[in-house]
Ligand binder design. Structure first.
Ligand code: PSU
Ligand code: MN
Length: 305
C-alpha cells in the first residue's frame, strides 16, 4: 500500500477478509454543511452503514496523510476547523506534500478509495456541468474521475445549480453508466424528478452489483453512478427550490465567486435562503444513499467471492 495512505485496522481487516466496505467523502462535511449538523450527519451515516454489517471508511487528508477510515475526533476536526482545504484530485498532491488538512471531493475520494481497494462510495450530490459552463468552462472534475476510476458512486442526482441536461450528456460522452435506482427519471437532488430520463434502471442492490462486476470484468475502468432519488417524505417542492437556486446563483455572480469556491458558496447560500429546509433534505438523502450503498457493497462482495 502507498505510504501516503493510512487505513484504520477496521478497514484494513475488512478489505483483507473480503468483507464489504463503503467509502464516504469529507468535502460534504467541511465545505458542504454547517457545524454541528455536518458532524452529526457524518457520524449517523457511519452508523447506518454499520447497521448493515458493512464497514464505513470516511476519507480525508490530515496533516499530509491520506486517511481511509477516521476516528470520532478526526471527524470533529474536519467538521469544525476552518483550516481544512477543499481537495479534488488536482489538489491531492498539493495538500499531501505540504502536510496540511484536506477534505476530499467525490473525485478525490473515488481515487483514494480505489487505491485502497474499495468499490462502493456513498455521497449526497455529484459535481457536474455548471449552468453557464459554455462561458465559464466550469465542469467538475468529479465527472473526469468517474470516467477513469472503477468505483460505484451512490448519489441523489445533481441539483439544479448545475445544468442537468449537459451533465447527463457529459456522463454519456465519458462512458459512465448512470443507473436510476427504482426510477426511470434522473433525480434532481432535492426532488425526485428532473424531467430527464436515466439511460438505465436497476431495482435491487444485486442488479447494480451485477452491472459493476460485468463492466469491470470487461476491463472498462470507468466508474458507475447510481442515481437514488430522495425519499418521498423528504422532498422539497421543485418550484420552491428552483427560485432559491436562481437567487443563490445571482448572489454568486454579484460576489464574483468562481472556481473551487463556487459549489461551497452555493450550498451555504441555499441553506441560508431556505432557513435550513434544504439542509434537512440533504441529510435525509445522504442517509438513504448510505443504506443503498451498504446493500450494494454487500452484494458486490458476494459476486466477487
Ligand atoms: N454537491 C452537494 N454537496 C456537496 C458537493 C456537491 O450537494 O458537498 C461537494 C462534493 O464533494 C463534490 C464537490 O465532489 O462538491 C464538487 O465540487 P466542484 O464542483 O468544485 O468539483
Ligand atoms: Mn468547478
Amino acid at each position: 500500500m502507498n505510504p501516503a495512505i493510512h487505513l484504520t485496522d477496521e478497514v484494513r481487516e475488512a478489505l483483507r477478509d473480503h468483507r464489504p466496505v463503503v467509502a464516504l467523502e469529507s468535502t460534504i462535511i467541511s465545505h458542504g454543511m454547517p457545524y454541528p449538523q455536518n458532524v452529526e450527519m457524518a457520524r449517523e451515516v457511519e452508523d447506518i452503514i454499520r447497521s448493515h454489517e458493512v464497514v464505513p471508511a470516511t476519507i480525508a487528508v490530515l496533516d499530509g496523510m491520506a486517511h481511509v477510515g477516521l476516528t470520532a475526533d478526526q471527524l470533529e476536526l474536519l467538521a469544525s476547523s476552518g483550516d481544512v482545504e477543499k481537495a479534488s484530485v488536482r489538489d491531492l498532491a498539493y495538500v499531501l506534500a505540504r502536510g496540511v488538512h484536506g477534505a476530499t471531493t467525490v473525485a478525490a475520494t473515488m481515487r483514494l478509495a480505489h487505491l485502497a481497494g474499495i468499490r462502493v462510495f456513498a455521497t449526497g450530490g455529484l459535481g457536474g456541468v455548471h449552468r453557464g459552463a459554455a462561458g465559464t468552462f466550469d465542469i467538475s472534475a468529479d465527472l473526469t474521475e468517474l470516467s477513469r476510476t472503477p468505483v460505484a458512486v451512490v448519489s441523489a442526482g445533481v441539483k439544479s445549480i448545475l445544468d442537468i441536461a449537459l451533465t447527463m450528456e457529459q456522463l454519456e460522452t465519458l462512458s459512465v453508466p448512470v443507473i436510476g435506482y427504482a426510477t426511470d427519471e434522473f433525480p434532481a437532488f432535492y426532488s425526485r424528478s428532473s424531467g430527464h430520463r436515466v439511460p438505465m434502471r436497476a431495482d435491487s442492490p444485486a442488479q447494480v452489483a451485477r452491472i459493476m462486476h460485468t463492466q469491470w470484468g470487461l476491463g472498462i475502468t470507468a466508474g458507475v453512478n447510481v442515481a437514488n432519488p430522495i425519499p418521498v417524505d423528504d422532498e422539497v417542492p421543485a418550484d420552491t427550490i428552483d427560485a432559491i437556486i436562481d437567487q443563490a446563483l445571482s448572489d454568486m455572480g454579484a460576489a464574483r465567486v468562481t472556481g473551487k469556491d463556487a459549489t461551497p458558496y452555493l450550498l451555504a447560500r441555499i441553506v441560508e435562503l431556505t432557513g435550513g429546509d434544504s439542509l434537512r433534505a440533504n441529510i435525509a438523502l445522504v442517509r438513504s444513499n448510505a443504506h443503498l450503498a451498504a446493500q450494494i457493497a454487500a452484494e458486490y462482495v458476494e459476486i466477487e467471492a
